[in-house]
Design a protein around this ligand. Structure first.
Ligand code: ADP
Length: 419
C-alpha cells in the first residue's frame, strides 16, 4: 500500500479516486448511474430525497461475449444505446434534468483498473474479468462513453467515474457515517478506503480537503508470486486464464475463480484414483464447469447422504457414480477453498485497518457481491480471522452488506462532483 501511495505503476496500484467529499446523508437530486464490470450492465435512475431517502429505478442488460471481446467502440456504442433505451422508458418528471446544461448527470461505475487523473477522467490500465476489447487500454473511458452518447445525441453528461468499490464505500457511508472501507466480493474482488491526502505522496492535487478515497486494486496483490502460498492448482488456473500472471490475489479469492480452483483440485484427485473411481466426465473436464455457487450448495448440504452434493456431481456434471466418501471429500475440498478465500479477504482488510490505525476506534465496512451475500459462513470466517488478528478489538469492526451500493455510490459521486 505504501509503495502504491508513493509511486505510480506499482503492483497494488492505489488509484486516487478524486472523490474527496463524504456524503452526509442529506444530499438531494436526480442522477443517472451506469455500472459496467459486473455480471450485468446496469442503468439506474437515482433520486436522493431529503432525510436519506433514496428511490431507484433500474434496468439490467446482458453484455454479450461479442461486446466483451470485440472492438471498444462497439462496446461503448452499446452502453450509449442502453442508456438511450432506458431514458426512453422513463416519464417526464423522472427525466427532469439535474444539470444546468439541460443534461442529466451520470456517474459511471467502471470496475476495471483505471489510472484516474480527475473525477471525470481515467485511462484504462488493463481489462480483467473476461473483457478483452481492442482499442481501449490506455484510453480515457469517460471520453469514450461521452463520445458514444454524443454520437447518438443522448442528453447525458458523464460527470464522475468511479470504481465499484468507491461507489460501495460512498453508498455505505451515506447510511453509516463510520464507514472506512468499501469491498467487492463478487465476480472479482477489490477494496477502497478513505486515505489522508497528505499520505498520497504521488498525488498532485490542490484542495483543502483532508481525505480522498483510494481504490487499492488489491486483486493484483502479489502478481510477482512472492508472498502468497500459491498451490499447483492456482498455478494451473493462472496459466490457463486469459490474463496469466495478473490478478493473482483475485484468482485465489473471487467468485469467478473458486469453482475452477475446486475443479482443479478434484481433477487431481480423480487422476490419482482417489475419488470417483478415477472416472471423470466431459462436463467435469470442461473449464469453469464447476460453478462457484456449487460450493455454497455443497457446503450447505448437511444431510447424511450428501444428496445435494450427489445431484451436482452426478446429475449436473454427469460423473457416472460417487460414493459417500467421494462426496465427503468433495465437501471438504470446497470448505478449504472457501475458507482460504475468506481468510485472504480478512488479511487484506486487516492490512488496511492497521494502516489507518482505527482498530481502537473501530469502523464500518460495506461489502457488496454474491460471494459475501450468499456463500454460507463467509462473513463468519472473515470475522474469525479478524479476531485471530486483532483479538477482542475485532468487535469494533462492523461488516455490513451494501447490496447494489455502487449505483447509489456513482450517483453520490456525480452529485459531489457537480456541487
Ligand atoms: P458482480 O460481482 O459480477 O457484479 P455478483 O456480486 O452477483 O456480481 O457476483 C457474481 C459471482 O458470484 C459469480 O462469480 C458467481 O459465481 C458468484 N456466486 C453467485 N452465487 C453464488 C453463491 N450462491 N455462492 C457463492 N458464489 C456465488
Amino acid at each position: 500500500m505504501n509503495k502504491g501511495l508513493e509511486k505510480h505503476g506499482q503492483t497494488v496500484a492505489m488509484v486516487p479516486s478524486y472523490v474527496t467529499g463524504v456524503p452526509t446523508g442529506k444530499e438531494v437530486g436526480t442522477f443517472l448511474a451506469l455500472d459496467l464490470g459486473g455480471t450485468n450492465l446496469r442503468v439506474c435512475l437515482i433520486k436522493l430525497g431529503s432525510d436519506g431517502n433514496i428511490s431507484i429505478k433500474q434496468q439490467k442488460y446482458k453484455v454479450s461475449e461479442t461486446y466483451k471481446t470485440g472492438e471498444a467502440r462497439q462496446l461503448f456504442d452499446f452502453l450509449a444505446d442502453c442508456i438511450d433505451k432506458f431514458l426512453a422508458e422513463l416519464n417526464e418528471t423522472d427525466k427532469r434534468s439535474s444539470s444546468k446544461e439541460g443534461k442529466l448527470n451520470l456517474g459511471f461505475t467502471f470496475s476495471f483498473p483505471v489510472e484516474q487523473t480527475a473525477i471525470d477522467k481515467g485511462n484504462l490500465i488493463s481489462w480483467t474479468k473476461g473483457f478483452t476489447c481492442a482499442g481501449a487500454v490506455g484510453k480515457d473511458v469517460v471520453f469514450m462513453l461521452q463520445e458514444a452518447l454524443n454520437r447518438k445525441g443522448v442528453p447525458v453528461k458523464v460527470s464522475a467515474l468511479v470504481n465499484d468499490t468507491v461507489g460501495t464505500l460512498l453508498a455505505h457511508a451515506y447510511k453509516h457515517p463510520k464507514t472506512l472501507l468499501g469491498v467487492i466480493l463478487g465476480t472479482g474482488t477489490n477494496c477502497a478506503y478513505f486515505e489522508k491526502i497528505s499520505n498520497i505522496k504521488k498525488l498532485q492535487f490542490n484542495s483543502n480537503a483532508e481525505h480522498m478515497i483510494i481504490n487499492l486494486e488489491w486483486g493484483s496483490f502479489d502478481n510477482e508470486k512472492k508472498v502468497l502460498p500459491i498451490t499447483m492448482f492456482d498455478n494451473k488456473l493462472d496459466r490457463e486464464s486469459n490474463i496469466p500472471r495478473f490478478q493473482i490475489f483475485e484468482k485465489m479469492v473471487s467468485g469467478m475463480y473458486l469453482g475452477e480452483i475446486t475443479r482443479n483440485v478434484l481433477l487431481n484427485l480423480i487422476d490419482r484414483k482417489l475419488i470417483f473411481d478415477g472416472i471423470s466426465s466431459k462436463d467435469f473436464n470442461t473449464h469453469y464447469s464447476f460453478e462457484t455457487a456449487y460450493l455454497s450448495t455443497i457446503e450447505e448440504d448437511d444431510s447424511d447422504t450428501l444428496e445435494n452434493v450427489r445431484k451436482i456431481l452426478e446429475e449436473e456434471l454427469n460423473i457416472p457414480s460417487t460414493t459417500l466418501t467421494d462426496r465427503k471429500i468433495v465437501k471438504r475440498v470446497c470448505q478449504i477453498v472457501g475458507i482460504r478465500s475468506a481468510r485472504l479477504s480478512a488479511a487484506g482488510l486487516s492490512a488496511i485497518i492497521s494502516h489507518c490505525n482505527v482498530i481502537e476506534t473501530g469502523c464500518d465496512i460495506g461489502i457488496d457481491g454474491s460471494l459475501f451475500e450468499f456463500y454460507p459462513a463467509f462473513e463468519a470466517r472473515i470475522k474469525n480471522a479478524l479476531r485471530e488478528h486483532f483479538g477482542s478489538n475485532a468487535d469494533n469492526i462492523n461488516l455490513g452488506l451494501a447490496r447494489d451500493g455502487s449505483g447509489v455510490g456513482a450517483a453520490l459521486a456525480a452529485m459531489l462532483s457537480v456541487k
